[in-house]
Design a binder for this molecule. Sequence first.
Ligand SMILES: O=C(O)CCC(=O)C(=O)O
Length: 280
Amino acid sequence: MPRPTPNSGDLPLGLIYQRHFLTREQRAQLLAWIETLHPLWEMRFSVNNPPPPSDKQRRLLRPVYWLGNWQFACLDYYHPPEGILHRCVKAEPYPKLLAEVVDRIEFVARKRLPKNFFPEKWRLNTCLVNFYGSEFSDEKWVDNARVGEHKDFEPGPVGSLSFGDRAFFQFVEGKATLGKSNEVLSQWLEDSSLQIFGGDRWKKQTFHRVQRVEDKRGELLGPPIEGFRTRRINFTFRYVPEEHILPWGSLPSPQQADTLPYMQELAANSLFFKAAIPHT
Ligand SMILES: O=C(O)CCC(=O)C(=O)O
């Protein structure tokens, strides 16, 4: 098994890792707030964005929640340079405690990473909350706690906070072939830790993935989600230029039609989303 990455000092340029970034109190307060969220379990595609021939309609492996802007899976996520419009829907702001933590993450990133890693106006104004765990399916619990290799296309460094069981996170390059692995770097992301990655090496030239999440702490996290047990929660903070974040009411009709059921589900528990769909 690859060695866990102990601390930032040993990491290559563009990678930062800080254990115990959150105090116990911050952790407890953030976890208490997370319990008030009502995550969505989205489908990957929709009526107006059907799966390509190589894929099929499927539910995401895990429930999610977004702050700042919501990137619905069926709108295909933020993907510059072409995929920038009608993908990011204005969402709830960060609560005060989280905003303070994000300020610190931005401070660490700006202090430790080269200036040319940051696009103009970079702020971590978007947060994806990932719920990792097991799903009850066909009369048994199935471990879904992983994410396949992908890139985060939002420009600039990404910050990531972890809660709960630790995750085995990898950067990979190209395709693995028989006898040759494509792993570039592996890290264990521990409870209360901060990870930051920026620069072309980690944002553009490599993919990242969560291979697995340990099942050791026995701590159930987050709000109750029917048929799901959460043992790790991860926040990834990213930057989307403000001009690409639109109120839901400004989306074209197909995108509104595809996301209305999600907006209604969110509106059932959120005044913010209720106000965003006033005419329904
Ligand atoms: O859970 C993690 O640590 C990584 C999540 C991730 O890769 C993503 O949200 O894009």
